[in-house]
Write a protein that binds this ligand. Structure first.
Ligand SMILES: O=C(O)CCC(=O)C(=O)O
Ligand SMILES: [Fe+2]
Length: 378
């Protein structure tokens, strides 16, 4: 039998050679895709040859900033997805938040139902099983998942004057809902610790992605001063997906915001359809503590399709429960997102009209919400 240490070594060699392939591929593409400001004539890569034969890029955040930005730029143009290692969040923090997800989503149904938000459109607390359907075009059944959501609170320091925030956008800063500490000791601490760390990592990544667009490092942060980000604990039912019948863990969709940082329990099942492909490709996780990052629709709009918000879905392949924890970073609800001047020209006019972030998010939330399996609608 092969020893564990030998297996680990083989995996490391595989990772090193993947990184090497990636680096040499990037070198070959130097001058062809690497954007400098202005980036008007750069178009996203669209075919498999240019994307390389390897999978979703792995970006090690312990490298020099220039290397990180170059790798992220490539990933954003070709894949809309990358995984990050060397990000500084420790395994214990992941283990605790995954345990928290298991704890709260395994409570008796009547307890979970008490933790649901009462107001329509408020994304906080328990999301019932079948509570979302992300792909109306092919799904015959809502997503086979339930969840628990946490958001950001309205800044108490008055830095975002209440008068500036229209009432209709207050729901983005609604109070969080917490289960009873006696029922789930340590739950709140585990969630808050992870939220704080993933928020900080997200901020760092928005800087790199802004630089990758040829823009100032603060570009995205300037549009997300009070980001109504969302931390979601997800539990997928232990039922094998049947995509050809429209029954899946989570239907095909693109994310609606800026960036999503996703931690999974390592059981696989996340598939993407890259812009150069007609087939679904599973996202490989290079280490058990990596984070998957993907671009949301706002990046595609700002960059006039140079960066891509890639469709993805979750296919459950075993009769086993799956947990995942996305952290969705959104722009300010009052912000308008429109094509950045360096991404359009006479030959390449803006492909999308300006969009109001708050309207976009509310519209998407309501369009895809379902009453769920426990409320007698399906
Ligand atoms: O659970 C996953 O792996 C992905 C979830 C996802 O794409 C989403 O909730 O937007
Ligand atoms: Fe998603």
């Amino acid at each position: 039998m092969i020893a564990v240490s030998a297996l680990l070594k083989i995996r490391q060699i595989q990772r090193d050679s993947q990184a090497q392939r990636q680096r040499s591929h990037l070198q070959q593409m130097e001058g062809r895709v690497v954007m400098t400001t202005p980036v008007t004539n750069t178009i996203g890569l669209r075919n498999k040859e240019e994307s390389g034969a390897y999978g979703v890029p792995v970006v090690d955040l312990r490298q020099q900033k220039e290397a990180i930005v170059a790798e992220i730029r490539h990933a954003c143009q070709v894949w809309g997805f990358f995984t990050v290692t060397g990000h500084g969040i420790d395994k214990d923090t992941f283990a605790k938040v995954l345990e928290a997800a298991d704890g709260v989503l395994s409570l008796p149904l009547q307890d979970k139902m008490k933790l649901k938000a009462k107001e329509k459109g408020v994304v906080r607390g328990y999301m019932v099983y079948h509570g979302q359907l992300l792909d109306e075009t092919t799904q015959t059944e809502p997503d086979r998942k339930e969840g628990f959501d946490f958001g950001e609170q309205f800044p108490a320091d008055g830095s975002l004057g209440a008068a500036d925030l229209p009432d209709k956008y207050e729901l983005f800063y609604a109070d969080n809902i917490w289960p009873d500490e006696n029922q789930l000791p340590g739950f709140k601490q585990a969630v808050l610790t992870y939220q704080q760390q993933v928020r900080a990592l997200g901020k760092r990544l928005t800087g790199y992605v802004s630089l990758a667009m040829g823009l100032p490092e603060s570009f995205m942060a300037d549009h997300a001063k009070h980001s109504p980000s969302l931390l979601r604990l997800l539990k997928y039912a232990a039922i094998k997906s049947l995509p050809e019948e429209g029954r899946v863990g989570c239907g095909a969709h693109t994310d609606w915001g800026l960036l999503t940082l996703l931690k999974t329990d390592g059981s696989g099942g996340l598939e993407i359809k890259p812009r150069w492909s007609d087939s679904w490709v599973e996202v490989a996780e290079p280490t058990d503590d990596c984070i998957i990052v993907n671009l949301g629709d706002m990046l595609q709009r700002w960059s006039n399709d140079v960066f891509v918000s890639t469709p993805h879905r979750v296919i459950i392949k075993q009769d086993r429960v799956r947990y995942s924890i996305p952290f969705f970073i959104n722009a300010d609800p009052m912000a308008t997102v429109e094509c950045v001047p360096t991404f359009h020209s006479a030959e390449r006019p803006p492909r999308y009209p300006p969009v109001h972030v708050g309207e976009y998010l509310i519209n998407k939330t309501l369009t895809h919400a379902r009453n769920g399996a426990h409320e007698g609608d399906d």
